[in-house]
Design a protein. Structure first.
Length: 121
């Protein structure tokens, strides 16, 4: 069975978003202590968090109906799961710095040195 690698990005309060889109805010809505009517020991146990963010936050999928009016009715739940994963290769580019440009030569070297094959999800 192939390995499935989750490429999702973490969602957290203050996560950078595209300019002009709403900021991400995650706050505790209710704690287990509140629900169970027990004293809070200073470290609340969230039972329910409130998430405030737009639909484009982090890793996401735009359903067909998001793209144009003629795709009405083709919402995310109508899209087969098989559309969201495929075979892929893993390339080690860990030597590159944050925001450092990945050049064609970097990809060619990483491709020549690759050691694993995996499924990307």
């Amino acid at each position: 069975m192939p390995e499935i690698i989750d490429l999702s990005q973490e969602i957290y309060t203050g996560k950078p978003v595209f300019p002009g889109l709403p900021e991400v805010n995650i706050a505790v809505h209710a704690t287990h202590e509140e629900w169970d009517k027990i004293p809070n020991d200073g470290v609340p146990s969230p039972a329910v968090n409130r998430l405030e963010m737009d639909e484009h936050t982090a890793t996401h999928v735009d359903a067909f109906n998001h793209m144009a009016r003629q795709f009405r009715g083709q919402s995310i739940e109508t899209m087969p799961l098989a559309m969201f994963y495929t075979e892929g290769i893993c390339l080690d580019l860990s030597h590159k710095g944050v925001r450092e440009l990945i050049e064609v030569e970097d990809l060619e070297r990483a491709l020549a040195a690759r050691k694993c094959f995996c499924t990307i999800a």
